[in-house]
Design a protein around this ligand. Structure first.
Ligand SMILES: Nc1ncnc2c1ncn2[C@@H]1O[C@H](COP(=O)(O)OP(=O)(O)O)[C@@H](O)[C@H]1O
Ligand SMILES: O=C(O)C1=C[C@@H](OP(=O)(O)O)[C@@H](O)[C@H](O)C1
Ligand SMILES: [Mg+2]
Length: 253
């Protein structure tokens, strides 16, 4: 983990629109002492237009090109970055995020995204004419998985729990809250990837120090995905009792 973590100390959140990148991101930034950069606000600031107006004016392709250019130019150190959900179409921008630090995919099921999104045009989602949200979801999930160093499944978690899950995943666990129960305290949920699951109940007895900082998670070297090594997070430091927490780390070579 150290290589990615020290690059620039940034944490970039990727995922479908409405998965919580912006709202989680700002809290994560505050809790981990980082700056917060919202990619959508950068675009709006530089163009003086709303995202939905830009999508209507420039179309799907034009918007994505502009989004890529602006995000690829981000200069930051120790920031949480929340780009728009369509940023994964921009290879240059994704390369930039990997230079700056770690990329975390906030994974949420299609029904949950559907529920949160509401009217796509009013919200300004970048989608091809005739493409359904389901098709967009399936297309995007592959890209989010491809670019993620870490995947956090946020099913059933509130914002605070997601923030804690990300902090743990990047090795900066936040101080424990009292009276946290069951799966909520793990901040990490099961993924049906066929990969090894981090079993519940091992974390609190595991590698975390009193300060909340996690011990570096060991690489198992298991599995390959998209040509990269898939590294499961060290089971010892992941979850609390009763949870089904799991985190998957994909280390770039
Ligand atoms: N963990 C969560 N549980 C329930 N609602 C959430 C959660 N995280 C975010 N939301 C809500 O989802 C909506 C979209 O969040 P937002 O941060 O704008 O997502 P994004 O930046 O990924 O598009 C907001 O109304 C936000 O309050
Ligand atoms: O995924 C998308 O197509 C988009 C997501 C939006 O950002 P959020 O992911 O922050 O909602 C914004 O960039 C734009 O409206 C397009
Ligand atoms: Mg956002």
């Amino acid at each position: 983990m150290a290589d990615a973590a020290v690059r620039g100390g940034c944490i970039t959140l990727i995922g479908m629109p409405a998965c919580g990148k912006s709202s989680v991101g700002v809290v994560l930034a505050k809790k981990t002492g980082r700056q917060f950069i919202d990619g959508d606000l950068l675009i709006q600031g530089q163009t003086g237009k709303l995202l939905k107006e830009l999508i209507q004016e420039l179309g799907d392709e034009g918007f994505r090109a502009l989004e890529e250019e602006i995000n690829a130019g981000i200069q930051a150190e120790r920031a949480v970055i929340a780009p728009g959900g369509s940023i994964v179409y921009g290879e240059r921008a994704m390369r930039r995020f990997h230079e700056l630090g770690q990329v975390v995919y906030l994974k949420l099921s299609y029904p949950a995204i559907r529920r949160r999104l509401g009217d796509l045009t009013a919200r300004g989602v970048s989608i091809k004419p005739g493409q359904t949200l389901r098709q967009l979801y399936d297309e995007r999930v592959q890209l989010y998985e491809k670019y993620a160093d870490i995947v956090v499944d946020e099913t059933g978690m509130n914002t605070r729990q997601v923030v804690e899950a990300i902090a743990r995943a990047v090795g900066e666990a936040l101080p424990e809250k009292k009276a946290e129960t069951s799966t909520g305290s793990t901040g990490l949920r099961g993924r049906k990837t066929g990969k090894r699951k981090a079993a519940a109940g091992r974390a609190e007895s595991g590698g975390r120090t009193r300060s909340g900082r996690q011990q570096p998670q060991s690489s198992t070297g298991k599995g390959k995905r998209h040509g990269k090594r898939v590294v499961e997070a060290g089971q010892s430091s992941l979850s609390g009792s009763g949870g089904d927490g799991e985190l998957r780390r994909q280390r770039r070579k």
